[in-house]
Unconditional design. Structure first.
Lengths: 182, 439
């Protein structure tokens, strides 16, 4: 039997709301905690929940890369740096850049934009499709690979290579700036 | 009631993993079995490591608790559970509580995709190997937070060392893994799924260890070094170097929480070993699945699991006979004979035709993983610990360039006909043309 027929879809609304709630709570914790390590841990939770959302969109490859790169790689380096700061002193200091008014305004504007886009109808149609095209979970990785590397359909090869070159330049720049004698 | 039994039985006829069949009952059963098996393996590893290390150093090792110290792990576990649970003053209590659980979760979640057999896996994911690498990289977070939350110098330094080490060696490890994945894609069955990778090796009639002769071997070598560093084991056990850092990141942990770190370390070792077995050593495949075929060879290989257990049971009986004939040793002698009887019972069960057909793949997978476990102990008994700068040098200046070169070499060798017709020949013709115009 086709396993997809036998399987009920995992992507139920319950999981969406759960993951979204985890993300929002995590995001709020990131900016409200005074202890930077707690903020970083909350950010990791947010990123993991985001990986869960990618899984719900039948994009396991993106979810896996999200976990490896952000949760496993970048956040470890974040923690690495934060741990070397004296947290106790940083906690006692008064916060000096008071930008919450601007922040709330920007967040409200972004939220308003989201709602506007979601409710706008152009020529009697909403911008967001009502139903979702259901992809087969299995071939997401292969699709990404085809888009990137295929000879016929590989439209993003150039952009991919340019992006990696950019990162290389940044790495070399960091080494040159940080190290006096190479 | 009938519907429930039907739901349970419906899976038995299928050739799928419980995850792929979407059968929650059997998925739960498999998860419990894997959990149980892992716990038993960690307990056995605890005893074996102490015994083997002791014999390598011409000592006896644990001898007091049970015959030949067989009950020592159980005594240790009881001791750990009864120990006082200390939380240091000034520790960040929430993070201190969370850290061991992060490590254990990361170490155990990985086993969701480990293929013990074509159907003996909890589930098969399209991103299997990526999932394994990603989730096992999360254990660094637990180690780092454990070191930081202890509010103590040794753990902090241990955590810093460990995060630097694990992040560095992950790069080399990833390159070696990519080279193996590339080998699957060449036969047109490119996949990241753990089961798919083993099936590709079956279809290509060789382990990836021997594919493109030196290349697969080099990739495996890089992985074999990187995986020891990833699991913080000797000779790369700088995060817990006891001569410098007491116990590294878990210095301040005691009792149950410490035992969670212990459990996580050993199951992480089993996890990375099973990655290596899956990618390069043919996973659950028995030796020579394509060359030595036919009912006779099938029978021979299917008898090996039972015979192995019977052999170990025979060793037990031999030592039972050699036990001192003193009244004080009577209980120990009886215990050892009982253990031998248990092993021979398992061996006999494994010889039953219905069992041996189903258990073969799990046995071969576990046997290969057990080989790696022995290597881990052997390394610990043989190599002196590296200095931190030497460790970084090996990671970044030896393994990383080798891995990059290996990746390019694998790709080039795999696409050699295309490279020849589309790169070498045109460039050569162009050069010849250029030279002709100049002269």
């Amino acid at each position: 039997m086709n396993p997809l027929v036998a399987n009920p879809p995992v992507a139920t609304p319950f999981f969406f709301y759960l993951l979204a709630a985890v993300m929002i709570v995590g995001g709020i914790l990131v900016i409200t905690r005074k202890n930077a390590v707690h903020s970083a841990l909350a950010l990791i939770t947010t990123l993991l929940a985001q990986a869960g959302l990618y899984l719900m969109l039948y994009a396991p490859f993106v979810a896996g890369v999200q976990i490896i790169l952000y949760a496993g790689g970048i956040m470890v380096l974040f923690l690495f740096v934060i741990m070397l700061i004296s947290i106790e002193r940083a906690q006692k200091e008064r916060q000096f850049n008071k930008q919450w008014a601007v922040g709330i305004a920007a967040a409200a504007a972004l939220g308003g934009l989201f709602i506007a886009v979601y409710t706008t109808r152009t020529q009697g149609r909403v911008l967001f499709p009502q139903g979702r095209v259901s992809y087969v979970e299995g071939d997401n990785t292969q699709r990404v690979a085809t888009l990137l590397f295929d000879r016929m359909n590989g439209t993003y090869m150039f952009a991919f290579e340019i992006a990696s070159l950019l990162l290389l330049v940044a790495i070399i720049g960091a080494v040159v700036m940080a190290k006096k004698r190479i | 009631m009938h519907a429930i039994t039907e739901y349970i039985e419906s899976y038995l006829g299928s050739n799928l993993t419980p995850g792929a069949a979407g059968n929650f009952f059997w998925a739960t059963v498999y998860i419990l079995l894997v959990f149980l098996g892992l716990s038993v393996a960690v307990i056995a590893m605890n005893w074996l490591e102490r015994k083997i290390l002791a014999h390598m150093q011409v000592r006896l090792g644990p001898m007091r608790v049970g015959p030949h110290g067989l009950l020592q792990p159980i005594a240790d576990a009881l001791k750990l559970l009864l120990k006082e649970d200390i939380i240091p003053a000034g520790a960040d209590v929430t993070v201190f509580w969370m850290a061991p659980f992060i490590v254990v979760l990361a170490a155990f979640t990985v086993f969701v995709v480990v293929p013990f057999g074509p159907t003996h896996a909890i589930t098969d994911m399209n991103i299997g190997i990526l999932f394994m690498l990603g989730v096992s990289s999360l254990s660094v977070l637990g180690i780092v937070t454990a070191g930081w939350a202890s509010n103590s110098h040794y753990p902090l330094i241990g955590a810093l060392r460990s995060s630097a080490q694990m992040v560095s060696y992950e790069v080399a490890m990833g390159l070696a893994v990519i080279s193996a994945i590339m080998m699957t894609s060449l036969s047109g069955r490119g996949t990241l799924s753990m089961i798919g990778i083993v099936e590709a090796q079956l279809a290509e009639h060789r382990w990836f260890l021997f594919k493109f002769f030196p290349l697969g071997l080099v990739a495996f070598g890089i992985f074999a070094v990187a995986m020891v560093a990833e699991t913080n084991r000797a000779p790369f056990d700088l995060p817990e170097a006891e001569s410098e850092l007491t116990a590294g990141f878990h210095t301040e942990y005691s009792g149950f929480r410490w035992s969670l770190f212990f459990l996580a370390e050993y199951s992480a070792m089993i996890a990375v070993s099973s990655i290596a077995v899956t990618l390069w050593l043919g996973g659950w495949l028995r030796p020579f699945p394509n060359a030595l075929t036919g009912p006779t060879w099938d029978l021979v290989f299917s008898l090996i699991p039972g015979i192995t257990f019977l052999f170990i049971a025979g060793l037990c009986f031999y030592s039972t006979v050699r036990m001192p004939k003193h009244p004080l040793f009577r209980i120990q002698t009886m215990g050892l004979a009982g253990f031998g009887a248990l092993l021979s019972l398992i061996g006999l069960i494994l010889l039953i035709p219905a069992v041996r057909v189903r258990i073969g793949d799990v046995f071969w997978f576990s046997a290969k993983v057990a080989g790696f476990m022995y290597l881990y102990i052997w390394y610990r008994g043989t190599f002196p610990r590296y200095r931190f700068d030497q460790l970084m040098k090996v990671g970044w200046k030896v393994l990383l360039p080798t891995g990059l070169f290996l990746l390019i070499a694998t790709a080039t060798w795999a696409m050699r006909s295309e490279v020849w017709t589309e790169v070498v020949v045109p460039v050569w013709l162009g050069l010849v043309d250029l030279l002709r115009r100049i002269f």
